[in-house]
Write a protein that binds this ligand. Structure first.
Ligand code: ADP
Length: 196
């Protein structure tokens, strides 16, 4: 009883739970996110990606220690999302949105960040292909790469317990409603804290 109370107080002090939004490219993550940010002003935040803030040696050491949820290297520079950056958003009483891939999801599972795991999936491969083609952002080569990655992502995301919520983005308004339902408790927490 006391332990549960204390752990609730501690988690409230840490701020709202972050939200992981994962799923294949073209599934509709940015579209859903845009609706969310528009409806709930001042509730969500984004972590700042580490880049050039630290030296390469420091960053490599932090990556080795598991301080990063994601990291990548482009043209000789290292980029990454650190656990500390997510906690900084939480400390501002904002729900930190993490748009990360499956590897990032697996990394974050090893931390104590305790996010809500949401997977956004397309209704079918055919629909995904059509949406990606209509979006006109991909070359044929990158389209094929994304479709292949999507197949893998769709399979893995079915793994029991990996995601808290799996949303099939067929009808946009229905999908958005489900996303909102999944986040309502945290949204309410942010608002209550702001009003108290
Ligand atoms: P992601 O951010 O996951 O890569 P987007 O949000 O860019 O995906 O969506 C891919 C494309 O599909 C966009 O052109 C978007 O307008 C369209 N789209 C998203 N959701 C739906 C939906 N429910 N019905 C029809 N088109 C959609």
């Amino acid at each position: 009883m006391h332990v549960r109370f204390i752990s609730r107080v501690l988690s409230a002090m840490a701020g709202p739970r972050p939200v992981v939004m994962s799923g294949p490219s073209g599934a509709g993550k940015s579209t859903l996110l845009k609706k969310l940010l528009k409806e709930f002003d001042g509730v969500f935040g984004f972590s700042v990606s580490h880049y050039h803030y630290v030296t390469r040696e420091v960053m490599q050491a932090d990556v080795a220690k598991g301080e990063f949820l994601e990291n990548a290297e482009f043209s000789g520079n290292m980029y990454g999302t650190s656990k500390a950056a997510v906690q900084a958003v939480q400390a501002q009483n904002l729900i930190c949105i993490l748009d990360i891939d499956m590897q990032g999801v697996k990394n974050i599972k090893r931390t104590d960040l305790n996010p809500i795991y949401v997977s956004i999936q397309p209704p079918s491969m055919q629909t995904l292909e059509k949406r990606l083609r209509d979006r006109k952002t991909e070359s044929e080569e990158s389209l094929q790469k994304r479709l292949h990655a999507a197949k893998v992502d769709m399979e893995i995301s079915k793994e029991p317990g990996l995601f808290d919520v799996l949303i099939i983005n067929d009808d946009l308004d229905l999908a958005y409603g489900k996303l909102k339902d999944a986040l309502l408790e945290e949204i309410q927490k942010v608002r209550d804290t702001n009003n108290s």
